[in-house]
Write a protein that binds this ligand. Structure first.
Ligand code: HAM
Length: 423
């Protein structure tokens, strides 16, 4: 029987990668926390309608990428492909916006999209993100962008470009849709299959096509269909960003892949991520989403960043922390008789450092070899005739210690290692 492989497009987190993973999550929680964002989490699956209505039925995510299934009760459920609709549902369902506004929440959640797997694109991936829900002001749009910017600066990732656009309000987009339809309809026969469908269902999506790029280049711009109010809103967001010292590129072709955006839309791009996978993350304002999913109209703005993509860039730039040994010290029994004493000493030493107890029946030299391989600095040998022996696995120096002196001896060794800069 051949070994069972992991599902296509999924990835295990192995211990060597865990420090970078933890560093990224802790840094995000800390930066978001400093801006007043509190942790939220939502179920991994939701009623399919939440995404069909929220994200939009003409989008790739809903049309092609959702993991949808009927449960045993016949309900249509979908594995969460994105976090904004679920988080908004959770916040408004719990009426959090009635305590104070806006509600600021951050999250780190697994997402599921039936995408074609490649580097930086998986079927299960993780996003860290924030949502600022319950009030509408350009300062919140800029705040959200600033949190993402500070987070990536704290990770010491450079080379990020902020692509910024405004999608205007509903009326602006209606006018723009008409202009796009008028432009694309005569070109219909030369369009790819996807675009012909987009022309019927959701003309804004036509701008995302990479195959019909020559048409995209000549397409009308949303800018020419914006109301004075929408222009003013965007100008205010930009003023706040300038004040925060955050550079941006006004990318008039940026439409984002989800339907719920209005006004501000943005993405963070990184050149080291190839082609269509160059977005580290994105977000924007979604003032119409609450009504789409059955709640009273409520404003909101937020972002989500792809953890796997951030980790690729962080590893390329050498800024992610590397794995540390799982323990500094291994307590090894030389004979079975030493096991009880070894357990006791290991408990005692864990007040000072990380300790693994190797009480197995293997030969002592094998235990020492493995202690060395896992990167421990010290081994304490228990059950030898001469008493307790503390061995430095790097220098191979040994000293005899007692139950009373072992803690001090270990501390002295670790202090010296720290001074020498040995991990
Ligand atoms: P999104 O642009 O669909 O936005 O996804 C955000 C980020 O998630 C992407 O830029 C990318 O880094 C990562 N991502 C998306 N799909 C995959 C995949 N298949 N494999 C690996 N990473 C992926 C949203 O999801 C919105 N909910 C963002 C938002 C929050 N808007 C307002 N608030």
């Amino acid at each position: 029987m051949s070994p069972i492989a992991p599902p296509r497009g999924t990835k295990d987190l192995l211990p060597d990668e865990a420090p970078a993973w933890r560093w990224l999550h802790e840094t995000h929680a800390s930066v978001a926390g400093r801006h007043g964002y509190e942790l939220i989490d939502t179920p991994m699956f939701e009623a399919t309608d939440l995404f069909a209505r929220g994200v939009g039925s003409g989008t790739d995510v809903v049309e092609k990428e959702m993991y949808t299934f009927a449960d045993r009760g016949g309900r249509s459920l979908t594995l969460r492909p994105e976090g904004t609709a679920p988080v908004l549902r959770a916040v408004l369902g719990a009426r959090l916006e009635q305590r104070w506004r806006p509600v600021r929440v951050h999250y780190a959640m697994a997402m599921f999209r039936y995408d074609r797997p490649q580097a930086g694109r998986q079927r299960q991936f993780t996003q860290v993100g924030i949502e600022c829900i319950g009030d509408r002001d350009p300062s919140y749009d800029a705040e959200v962008i600033e949190v993402a910017w500070r987070f990536m600066a704290q990770l010491r990732i450079d080379g990020i470009s902020l692509q910024l656009n405004t999608l205007g309000d509903r009326d602006d987009r209606l006018r723009y849709r008409e202009a796009l339809s008028a432009y694309y309809t005569p070109l219909r026969d030369s369009l790819c299959d996807d675009c012909r469908r987009r022309l019927e269902v959701n003309p804004l999506r036509l701008l995302e096509c990479t195959r019909d790029a020559q048409h995209v280049a000549g397409a009308p711009l949303l800018r020419d269909h914006l109301s004075g109010e929408s222009r003013g809103y965007f100008a205010d967001v930009v003023t706040h960003l300038d004040e925060a010292g955050i550079p941006y590129t006004h990318n008039q072709r940026l439409v984002r892949g989800l339907d719920y955006y209005a006004h501000t839309a943005f993405e963070f791009w990184h050149t080291s991520l190839a082609g269509a996978q160059n977005a580290l993350g994105g977000g924007g304002r979604y003032d119409g989403l609450a009504e789409e999913i059955g709640f009273p109209a409520t404003a909101g703005v937020g972002y989500a960043l792809g953890v796997e993509r951030l980790l690729i860039v962080a590893a390329n730039q050498g800024v992610a922390p590397v794995a540390q040994p799982p323990a500094q010290l291994v307590v090894c029994t030389a004979t079975a008789a030493g096991a009880k004493e070894a357990r006791k000493i290991a408990r005692h030493l864990r007040d000072r450092t990380t300790v693994i107890a190797d009480l197995s029946a293997r030969r002592l030299d094998k235990k020492l070899r493995d202690a060395d391989r896992l990167g421990a600095r010290l081994a304490l040998l228990v059950g030898l005739d001469e008493g307790l022996v503390l061995r430095n696995l790097r220098t191979r120096a040994q000293q005899v210690v007692t139950a009373d002196t072992v803690l001090d001896a270990v501390s002295a060794e670790l202090l010296q290692a720290a001074q020498e800069g040995v991990p």
